[in-house]
Design a protein around this ligand. Sequence first.
Ligand SMILES: [Zn+2]
Length: 338
Amino acid sequence: MTDAPIPSRAPNETPADDAIVPFAVESLDLRGRVVRLGPALDAILTGHDYPLPISKLLGEAIALTVLLGSSLKFDGRFILQTQADGPVRMLVVDFVSPGKVRACARFDPGHLERAIADGKDSPGELLGTGHLAMTIDQGSGMNRYQGLVALSGGSLEDAAHEYFLRSEQIPTRVRLAVAQEYSAYDAADPAGGRRPRWRAGGLLLQFLPAKAERMRGPDLDPGDAPEGTAPHAVAEDEAWIEGRSLVETIEDVELIDPALSSERLLYRLFHEHGVRVFRPVDVLARCTCSRDGVRSMLKSFSQDDRDHMVENGMISVTCEFCTSNYRFDPAEVADAAE
Ligand SMILES: [Zn+2]
């Protein structure tokens, strides 16, 4: 690899949580991002206090959403949503560029309890069969773009690979890991700092050569070919085989290790080929709900719908993402009100 770019400096060894590090391995035509989530993830998952398997799955969905949403090249919103027939009916993760994230889940407690008792609580089993929708919203007046991929008992990583293969035709590998860390001690924590904290890590790698034909993989299905015809096989590009093989060696512990910096992780994977990192982007756990937003939503309802929401003389709305409660006098949101 005589033509590999020489790194201009040694990897930064200081780990940084709640940050996305974009990178490129130019000698292999690879681009990607690493995300490490600590306090932001912990704030979201601890706030909801869902059962453990749901928290872990939602944590994976958050890491995946941050990896995908942080690729937006404009001010906008990226929403990842699952809808399926498993114990987890719905996951919603909402990412607003450059780095605000919020998330929630809906699940069936009885169904979840049975799944756990039967040992059927892998991410794929929790989701079941349904679909994963990814929506890009550029804001007022702009088109929304939505991509869909089937969920059929596999993980969120599997769904992401399938989506990029079928919809975008970009060879992609995603790794996600979520865990609770017990060793952290925070003297400022009123609970004495002795509670487990959620952490997550993720890595997205894509093969983006200048010549599009190099991205071709095996054909998806035989199409109209007569029965018995062997599927048309195209060899994967050597550079992509190298890249995805390296990513497949990443262990969960490397993704969530609070002492291992993202740059050091990238160096471990790609040092032979030369890896270039770009300016990190911070991730914040922030809900975008507001009293004004909820007021506009209520005003968009029919008077009849609003009348049905009145309890003890007030309309009360709780944000499903952050549990903030907003209370309105019905007169404030009535049709005639300003
Ligand atoms: Zn909220």
